[in-house]
Design a protein around this ligand. Sequence first.
Ligand code: SF4
Ligand code: SF4
Length: 130
Amino acid sequence: MTQKKTESASEAPVRYDCSKCPGYCCSYPRIEVKAKDVARLAKHFGITPAQAERRFTRLYAKDERILKHQKDTVYETICRFFDTDERRCTIYEARPTVCRGYPDGPKCGYYDFLKFERKHQGDPDFIPSA
Ligand code: SF4
Ligand code: SF4
């Protein structure tokens, strides 16, 4: 999420550019964190996993914990680790597994939508409501 993937010899070329996107995927309300994600965050911030869990996450369901959000001018709310001015992840090296895998392929549906709307509006900065 919010980072342009790089190509490797075995992968198809990536057809999206997160640097041109306001970070839609980081506005998903349900960004799951597992114990190993919390441990990674704790290490990154030099705190205990219990502190990281309390500070950065909240319980979504009995057995599911998600990242907390903050207010955002573009998408109403967005992940608490998102820099809302720079429009990028502030903990890229320590981001959760689910963020590392996204969008799980060479294409991002939102990026295609964004490109299409920007072309049709004739505005390279246009942000459509999703
Ligand atoms: S929605 Fe797609 S293009 Fe935008 S930040 Fe996420 S992965 Fe990148
Ligand atoms: S941790 Fe980073 S990549 Fe993941 S949702 Fe939050 S801002 Fe986006």
